[in-house]
Structures are given as structure tokens and as C-alpha cells.
Design a protein around this ligand. Structure first.
Ligand SMILES: NC(=O)c1ccc[n+]([C@@H]2O[C@H](COP(=O)([O-])OP(=O)(O)OC[C@H]3O[C@@H](n4cnc5c(N)ncnc54)[C@H](O)[C@@H]3O)[C@@H](O)[C@H]2O)c1
Length: 284
């Protein structure tokens, strides 16, 4: 681990993994993007192209480095740092980290992008707990300039520093916090989202009215329900379930309306409909 990263592996090419890959590549660092699903890789190619167009408009041209798309984990063998972004499921993440351990070099730093799973637990599922850190990115990654970095109990200082140096090259500030489920942002944000969903389902306000209040009165850039659509309703429910496991069901049981939205395939931006409807013309 000498701190300088030449090639980044990204595992999981869904909503956030594809956005992470695009942001790393536009800072001039080569990326190997792996996903178990060929469909996810095909969707990622399209969403990365859209993300790049948006980033160019807002931030100007980047230093586009090559991205290799692959279904094979072993293709990450030559990476100096890997960012894992698979589905928010503790058992699945543990399996992926054990498999990663077998293909990457002992010097490779591993960053876990999770909404709520304690990183220490994942680190202990591997043979190299010291090299694992948490990197909670926000979507869209190339447009949001701060990252919540999580320091798990056994992290080596070098691993944290290597991640921070990479984030700096990507033009991002990092705030390092301790490792407790949900960390800072999602322990608070998930409560807002869950309550806003529930109050809209009871007819107190429409999603547009609730979001408008958060923007107009509190100065938030986006209200909780627009944010939920951007994250993905399935990921919101999985995150609430992780939080409920650690802090109790009274605080974090998912609102029934979120479960109904999943049953109806209304997962947010990624399926074209969530609290809002998304068309080529915009959202409404
Ligand atoms: N959506 C967000 O805004 C956001 C933000 C920060 C962190 N996160 C976290 O990032 C992770 C991914 O979230 P997402 O929203 O991108 O979810 P997603 O459902 O959009 O994508 C998950 C991806 O993981 C892939 N995957 C599943 N099992 C795999 C395996 N064994 N090997 C390789 N790939 C596998 C899936 O095919 C899918 O493409 C979650 O832990 C989530 O909590 C999400």
C-alpha cells in the first residue's frame, strides 16, 4: 500500500456503482467495473454516458480514463483500490468480500460503499481487516463534492489515507466518522424519508408539497422523496431493515407504502416511476 492509486476496481454496477465508476474515470484514473449481471453492465454503460454528459455541463470536460466492463471478479487482480457497491445485503456483501480477498493483492485497499452496514463486520469476514474502510458516496457521484468516510475498528491509517488521497484527486472532501450502522447521513436521512413517505400515504401532503417544504423552508437542495427516488426505493427499504436490526423496529420499520411501491415495481428513477414519474421530458 504506497498510497498512490493507478487502477480502481468497482464491484457492483447498479445505481451508485456506475456513478462511482464514471466519477473515478473522469478524474483520469483507470477503472475496472465488475457486476454479476450482464444487464446491469449494459444499463451502467448507458447511465455512465448520461452521467458524463451532465457532469460536463456542470463541471466541464474531465480527463476521461478507460473503463473495462467485466462479469469476472478475477479481472480486478491488478487494482490498487477496490470500491464495493453490491446490493445492501449483509450476507451478500460478506460473500463478495471473501471472494475479493482471493483475487486482489494483499496491498490493495478495499472501500465499502454501503448505506448502513457496519464496515467492521464486513472487514472481519475477510483475511485482511486492516485494509477495509467505508466510502459512502452520494448520487450522482461526479456532482457531489463530499464523501462520508467510515473508519472501522481495525482499519490501518494507511488504508484511510489512501482512500482520502484518491477522493482528493477526484476533487472531493472527506469527513471521517466512526463505524456505527447508518453512520451520520443515513441514520438521519432514512428517518426523514420513512416519515415523509408515511405522511404522504396518510394524505397530509403530496410528495411535491413535502419536498417543496424541505427545499423552501430548510434550504435542502432536494426533498426527502425526490432523494428517495434517486437512491432507489428497494435500497431505501433494505437500508431501513439494516437500521431496524441495530436500533430497533420502533425507529426504522419501513412505512407500508414503501413495500407497496416495491411490489408495484415503482423503485424510483431507475424504473421511471417512484414518488414521481420520470419521462424523457423530465419529472412530474
Ligand atoms: N443508491 C444510492 O444512492 C446509494 C448511495 C450510497 C450507497 N449506496 C449503497 O451502495 C450499494 C449498492 O446500491 P445501489 O443503489 O447501486 O443498488 P443496485 O440494486 O442499483 O445495484 C446493486 C448491484 O449489485 C450487483 N450485484 C449483486 N450481487 C453481486 C455480486 N455477487 N457480484 C457483483 N455484483 C453483484 C447487482 O447486479 C446490481 O447491479 C448498497 O450497499 C447501497 O446501500 C447506494
Amino acid at each position: 500500500m504506497n498510497g498512490y492509486v493507478n487502477r480502481v476496481g468497482v464491484v457492483g454496477a447498479g445505481v451508485i456503482g456506475s456513478s462511482v465508476a464514471q466519477a473515478v474515470a473522469r478524474s483520469g484514473i483507470e477503472v475496472v467495473l465488475q457486476d454479476a449481471s450482464p444487464e446491469a453492465l449494459a444499463t451502467a454503460r448507458r447511465s455512465m454516458a448520461t452521467g458524463e454528459r451532465l457532469a460536463r455541463l456542470r463541471k466541464g470536460p474531465g480527463q476521461q480514463a478507460p473503463v473495462t466492463f467485466t462479469g469476472t471478479l478475477a479481472d480486478l487482480a491488478g487494482c490498487d483500490l477496490v470500491i464495493e457497491n453490491v446490493t445492501e445485503d449483509i450476507t451478500l456483501k460478506e460473500e463478495v468480500h471473501r471472494a475479493l480477498d482471493a483475487v486482489i493483492s494483499p496491498e490493495c485497499v478495499v472501500a465499502v460503499n454501503t448505506s448502513a452496514v457496519p464496515v467492521t463486520r464486513l472487514a472481519l469476514a475477510t483475511g485482511h481487516p486492516g485494509r477495509m474502510v467505508g466510502a459512502h458516496f452520494m448520487n450522482p457521484v461526479s456532482l457531489i463534492d463530499t464523501v462520508e468516510v467510515i473508519r472501522p475498528e481495525y482499519a490501518d491509517d494507511d488504508a484511510v489515507k489512501t482512500l482520502q488521497a484518491l477522493l482528493e484527486r477526484m476533487g472531493k472532501a472527506s469527513v471521517v466518522v466512526a463505524d456505527m450502522a447508518g453512520f451520520v447521513i443515513n441514520r438521519c436521512l432514512m428517518m426523514f424519508i420513512n416519515e415523509a413517505a408515511d405522511l404522504c400515504a396518510s394524505g397530509v401532503a403530496t410528495p411535491a408539497e413535502a419536498d417543496r417544504l424541505f427545499r423552501g423552508c430548510l434550504g435542502h437542495k432536494s426533498g426527502p422523496l425526490r432523494t428517495a427516488d434517486l437512491i432507489g426505493i428497494d435500497t431505501i427499504v433494505r437500508t431501513l431493515e439494516v437500521l431496524a436490526r441495530y436500533y430497533g423496529p420502533a425507529r426504522f420499520t419501513p412505512a407500508p407504502v414503501l413495500l407497496r411501491m416495491i411490489d408495484a415495481g415503482r423503485l424510483g428513477c431507475k424504473t421511471g416511476q417512484g414518488f414521481y414519474v420520470y419521462t424523457a421530458e423530465g419529472e412530474h
